[in-house]
Design a protein around this ligand. Structure first.
Ligand code: ATP
Ligand code: MG
Length: 210
């Protein structure tokens, strides 16, 4: 057990990936001394199925562009390569099977963490991995702490809280900024910004209500 490698899993729609994602992954990496962080863009996210989201390929490419310069980061196509919706539990089971010498740490912002009980087989997930929950604006520390306490008591969950400076960045806001002609420079990696501009992402026909 002690000799196992420690990998962070950073799951998300990444539509698009932004500096908030990169910063929380880097913070978790350093704080927990992880060997690496795997970014896993979702294929067809179960909770965003009916919404008009950017193609898996575009989101996968942007994620790759964003993490490319960091040797501690990598991108997995485990979810985007599937045609069926992906659930975290299935991905985790697959990863555990593929990497028997690795312990996984699932990195999540407070918003996702608070809704874990809506995830498929979440109680099973608590048994298989450690959650790393990162603070996110819009939620009080008290709210987060009481949820952590509840998960510990009820499910014997392994949860580690990582405090980060309040990062008021979201993909929703970035998409809106593009539609409204506002700058997204420094909110996203410059190669991601170039990719968005070159491919005219988020300009047309996007009906996000997230
Ligand atoms: P959207 O607005 O489309 O929901 P998002 O910015 O929330 O996008 P996601 O891809 O939904 O990004 O999130 C992936 C993970 O990153 C989630 O666990 C989310 O909580 C976390 N996250 C995203 N942005 C931040 C942030 N600014 N601070 C902390 N956690 C964040
Ligand atoms: Mg989100």
């Amino acid at each position: 057990m002690d000799n196992k490698k420690k990998y962070g899993i950073m799951g998300g729609t990444f539509d698009p990936i932004h500096m908030g994602h990169l910063f929380i992954a880097q913070s978790a990496l350093k704080e927990l001394m992880l060997d690496k962080v795997m970014f896993i863009p979702t294929g067809t996210p179960p909770h965003k199925k009916d919404k008009n989201i950017t193609s898996s390929l575009d989101r996968y490419i942007m994620t790759t562009l964003a993490v490319n310069s960091n040797d501690d980061f990598c991108v997995s196509s485990i979810e985007v390569s599937k045609t069926e919706p992906s659930y975290t539990i299935d991905t985790v089971k697959e990863l555990l099977e593929l990497k028997k010498d690795v312990e996984f740490y699932f990195i999540t912002g407070t918003d996702s963490f608070l809704s874990i009980e809506t995830w498929k087989e979440y109680d099973e997930l608590f048994k298989k991995i450690t959650f790393v929950v990162v603070t996110r604006p819009g939620f009080t520390n008290q709210e987060l702490d009481s949820k952590i306490e509840y998960f510990l008591t009820k499910y014997d969950a392994k949860v580690i809280k990582v405090l980060v400076p309040s990062l008021e960045i979201s993909s929703t806001d970035i998409r809106e900024r593009v539609i409204n002609g506002k700058t997204i420079k420094y909110l996203v990696h410059e190669d991601v910004e170039k990719y968005i501009n070159k491919n005219q992402l988020y300009l047309h026909n996007n009906n996000y209500t997230i």
